[in-house]
Design a protein around this ligand. Structure first.
Ligand code: DOR
Length: 445
């Protein structure tokens, strides 16, 4: 039997930060006490000066496998995730083939079982054509459904209102939504092409994929959810206007309509297009400083429930193309917790709230069993961080297969020192260890 003792860490969990010892027995947390004798353990880590957090659960990543392995794989990106404090992830269906059949969905679990370094779950994609397949799903096993109400990488647009209503009516589990109104975007794009031809400046991106497009789509989705009773989770909010749709008056477990914000929408603003160009082209677009401020407010007052990445790598060559052909998305998982700790250092959010939004809440929202909290009996998915360490992102310390980052040159205050997955040390101060101990995420339904 393997027992690991973590001594003298400041444990951040469920709104408090307390110096404590923690004993891991095999895969799970055995004991949390103010002092646990060293004789109880076969392996000891002295974590004095470090904070110990539950491993983050990223509810939106694109790991590109199968179909786009030239951009990324489950293995490469799950390794990068460990360095970013992420021990579990929910992956998106816009792969090739799309994850819109049971066969494709099962295949992803098979790939992950053989190659993932972090715990894994896969969302099932809904399209205009797979309603019958969705109705046949075992909802006890599928973490969530994902629908693209605006088209993005992978052409998974669902724009048939009757099908959408049927899916909302027939899906008892949470439906994660990409909300951008396609007609609004197309009209804006036509106008921009008329003005600029092939040379649309990147600064036009938030005017093409506009606030109006986000608002219109989110408003429609919220209305339909209220009519049908569907539980929805709006992904990657990017505008002030949309924050009005969400409430902080009820606990998360009772919320029918929830929301997520991503690292890039909190970090960048439209001021950054001139220096970063298409490297910060995302769907939905990075918008104004006022939008960013409003997202921060809604996150801190609990109208926004979840912090995630929308990690979506493309190659450098693809990103360097002119505006209309450069794909949207960028790699983020490796920089998630360092980025969030940097926000905490700047006084924008507390470390306790980071833990709630990036670990506790995704576990609650998607019924992820025995993870997301530091509790006796739970899996020992843990991250030890140095909140004072200053370091700079550069091309030599990137783990992504695509080998670029929108953060290159940025300085972070906050470093992930150790990451434990199911009780095993999986990442040690910059090094990924070859102890693959990831598991499929079980659901408590
Ligand atoms: O910018 C984005 N890229 N947004 C998405 O929703 C999809 C993603 C991708 O898969 O590239």
């Amino acid at each position: 039997m393997k027992t690991t003792l973590l001594k003298n860490a400041t444990i951040v969990n469920e709104e408090s930060s307390i110096e404590c010892d923690l004993l891991i027995k095999n895969e799970r947390i055995e004991k949390i006490e103010s002092s646990i004798p060293s004789s109880d353990a076969s392996q000891i880590f002295d974590l004095r000066g470090l904070h110990l957090l539950p491993g983050l659960i990223d509810d939106q990543v694109h790991f590109r496998q199968p179909g786009y392995e030239y951009k990324a794989t489950i293995e490469t990106e799950s390794k990068a995730a460990l360095a970013g404090g992420i021990t579990s992830y929910l992956e998106m269906p816009n792969t090739k083939p799309q994850t819109t059949t049971l066969k494709a969905w099962n295949n992803k679990y098979e790939i992950a079982r053989n190659s993932s370094y972090a715990n894994y779950g896969f969302m099932f994609g809904g399209t205009n054509d797979n309603l019958e397949e969705i109705k046949r799903l075992d909802f006890k096993k599928v973490p969530a459904l994902k629908l693209f109400l605006g088209s993005s990488t992978g052409n998974m647009l669902i724009d048939n209102p009757n099908i959408l209503k049927e899916i909302f009516t027939n899906t008892p589990i949470r439906i994660a939504l990409h909300c951008e109104d396609e007609n609004t975007i197309n009209q804006n794009l036509i106008k921009a092409i008329a003005l600029y031809g092939d040379n649309i400046p990147i600064g036009m991106h938030p005017k093409i994929r506009s606030s109006e497009a986000c608002l219109k789509s989110t408003r429609m989705a919220v209305k339909l959810a209220k009519e049908t009773g569907a539980k929805i989770h709006i992904f990657h909010l990017s505008t002030e206007d949309e924050t009005d749709f969400f409430t902080n008056q009820i606990p998360l477990s009772q919320k029918q309509i929830t929301a997520e914000v991503c690292l890039h929408h909190l970090w960048f603003s439209d001021d950054d297009y001139s220096s970063k160009g298409t490297y910060i082209k995302w769907n939905p677009a990075i918008k104004s400083t006022a939008d960013k401020k409003a997202l921060w407010k809604a996150l801190n007052d609990d109208r926004i429930d979840v912090l995630a990445t929308d990690h979506a790598p493309h190659t450098k060559e693809e990103k360097k193309r002119p505006y209309t052909s450069a794909p949207s998305g960028g790699p983020l998982v490796q920089h998630m917790l360092p980025g969030l700790l940097t926000f905490a250092h700047r006084g924008l959010i507390s470390i306790e709230k980071i833990v709630r939004k990036a670990a506790h809440n995704p576990a609650i929202l998607f019924d992820i069993a025995d993870r997301g909290f530091i509790r006796e009996g739970y899996y020992a998915d843990l991250v030890a961080v140095d909140i004072k360490k200053i370091w700079t992102v550069n091309s030599n310390n990137l783990l992504y297969k695509c080998q670029w980052s929108p953060f290159e040159g940025e300085q972070f205050t906050g470093w992930v020192k150790y990451t434990f997955v199911n009780g095993n040390l999986a990442y040690d101060n910059g090094q990924i260890l070859e102890t693959k101990s990831a598991k499929k995420l079980e659901l408590s339904r």
